[in-house]
Design a protein around this ligand. Structure first.
Ligand code: NAP
Length: 204
């Protein structure tokens, strides 16, 4: 089965018109969507930099990222590097920080990181992005992903070939779903967790 996170990652890279050889930054590379985004961007031939917390940099490297930044120590927008594409999945950077880390004609695709703002239901940054884009050479876009059969058709061979692998840290039985959600809420999950609803041993 192909998870929704994989489709979201694919649609974000499509929206960013990723190309072979491009420098791509994945903010939130250790999470559910980001762990697919890193692998998919690599499979498309991009040079990938992944950003995560300290304890998950090893995971991001194992997903195939060429470079890894630890957001507790490194600032992706310090001007030291510029990216053709930023897939912004976590961290809520301001639009100006995203723009600072982009090349002159680069693209940022905002996938996640609701701000909890009062006026736009937390989506103010995402809503401002296309407006700002009208006045600058860089492209700032927000993603509202959809489930699409065509994505599944593209993802299935990559998964079957092992070019993309679901990063499942742990599987919980259904009766431990509360523990699973606590683990998720605490931000401790590396990649994704799975809940087993049916098992083959006669249990449910
Ligand atoms: N637009 C859409 O259609 C769409 C679709 C699906 C999901 N989403 C949204 O996408 C977001 C991520 O979903 P998910 O399932 O991947 O969540 P997740 O598994 O919880 O991952 C969140 C990621 O954000 C990272 N992060 C936290 N603070 C950061 C910072 N300061 N800088 C860089 N990265 C940081 C986390 O890194 P550490 O764990 O290492 O701290 C983690 O990799 C959510 O906001 C979700 O609502 C949007």
């Amino acid at each position: 089965m192909v998870p929704i996170s994989a489709g979201t990652a694919l649609q974000a890279l499509d929206a960013g018109r990723v190309e072979r050889g491009q420098k791509v930054l994945i903010l939130g590379a250790s999470g559910g969507v980001g762990s697919y985004a890193v692998q998919l961007a690599k499979s498309f031939g991009a040079e990938v930099t992944g950003v995560s917390s300290t304890g998950k940099t090893d995971l991001v490297r194992s997903l195939g990222a060429d470079h890894v930044l630890d957001y507790t120590q490194d600032d992706f927008a310090d001007g030291a590097r510029q990216f053709d594409l930023i897939v912004d999945i976590g961290g809520n950077p301001t639009l100006s920080r995203l723009r600072r880390a982009l090349t002159a004609t680069g693209t940022a695709v905002i996938v996640g990181g609701e701000e909890g703002g009062r006026w736009a239901g937390g989506f103010g940054r995402s809503l401002r992005a296309p407006f700002v884009s009208l006045f600058v050479r860089q492209r700032l876009a927000m993603l509202a992903s959809k489930e699409r059969a065509s994505d599944l058709e593209r993802l299935t061979p990559l998964l079957e070939a092992g070019q993309v692998t679901p990063s499942v840290e742990r599987t919980y039985p259904l009766d431990e779903v509360r523990d699973a959600m606590s683990h998720l809420d605490a931000g401790n999950v590396r990649g994704k967790i799975a809940i087993t609803v049916f098992s083959n041993d006669g249990g449910s």
